[in-house]
Design a binder for this molecule. Sequence first.
Ligand SMILES: Nc1nc2c(ncn2[C@@H]2O[C@H](COP(=O)(O)OP(=O)(O)O)[C@@H](O)[C@H]2O)c(=O)[nH]1
Ligand SMILES: [Mg+2]
Length: 293
Amino acid sequence: MLKIACIPAYNEESMIADVIKRTLKYVDKVVVCDDGSTDKTALRSENAAATVIKHEKNLGKGAAMKSLFRCAKELGADVVVTIDGDGQFLPEDIPKLLSPILEENFDIVIGNRFDNNNEMPSYRKIGNKVLDKMANIASELSFRDTQSGFRAYSRKAIETITIQTDGFGADSEILIDASSKGLKITEEKVTVLYDTGSETSTKNPVSHSAEVVSSLIELIAIRHPLRFLGIPGLVLMTIGMIFAITTISLFNETRYFSIPSTLISVGTTLIGLMFLLMAVVLFSISRSLKRTS
Ligand SMILES: Nc1nc2c(ncn2[C@@H]2O[C@H](COP(=O)(O)OP(=O)(O)O)[C@@H](O)[C@H]2O)c(=O)[nH]1
Ligand SMILES: [Mg+2]
């Protein structure tokens, strides 16, 4: 049973060695993806006995996950744990994350940050809730924490999942993809720290969320174009029609031509038409993608 821990890391020189050493107590091997860091992340990781994959440039967390999963597969991992390199998660929680995979045949275990602690700053909680809602709509499942980077994956999961998003959107993409492929997913409570003594976030919450939201919108629109674009398109066109009919009948009765309701009618009809066209185009693209993949 080969257990491998994967750590995406971007400028984490202050904590990475400590995380690797503590993680090595629970797994056989640690692989770090140094994603174009400008500090000593790679050197400190090698010194702490981790295997290091280096990206010349900063490509983003999703790109790092892609490299890490590929490497774990090549090394023949039976289970993979992903953990942040900034010390926010406790490697001591690893056995808890692995147990549903080893004992209950689950494919993915998400380390849920929301039950155990009330330490998460409230603006982060709200932001995370919004992202969770969107990811849950897209995956048609309900998870408490879709953005957690502390997870465990079975061999089947890393063989089946395809990651296309390069940035932070990858965490949700993985769940959406996994649930559409019928993998068994569960959550376990884990501890998360916000006072590690150094930076706990590489990006500010606004740009972090913007990145996740834009990739989620893309994923949702591509996966369910008829529901999320087609239906709103039809609704807008119906509203446009109603305004057109009232404008015309008002004109017939009173000879008064209402410019505002004409504008609303034309505007909503055009936007609705655009939505509908987009839905049809995306629907046929996603159908042909499914056929070829
Ligand atoms: N490979 C890679 N890892 C990243 C990048 N940005 C963040 N990370 C890593 O992803 C993990 C979580 O990132 P972090 O910014 O702490 O997310 P937050 O705690 O949710 O704000 C940490 O281990 C980071 O080093 C990136 O651009 N590339
Ligand atoms: Mg962090």
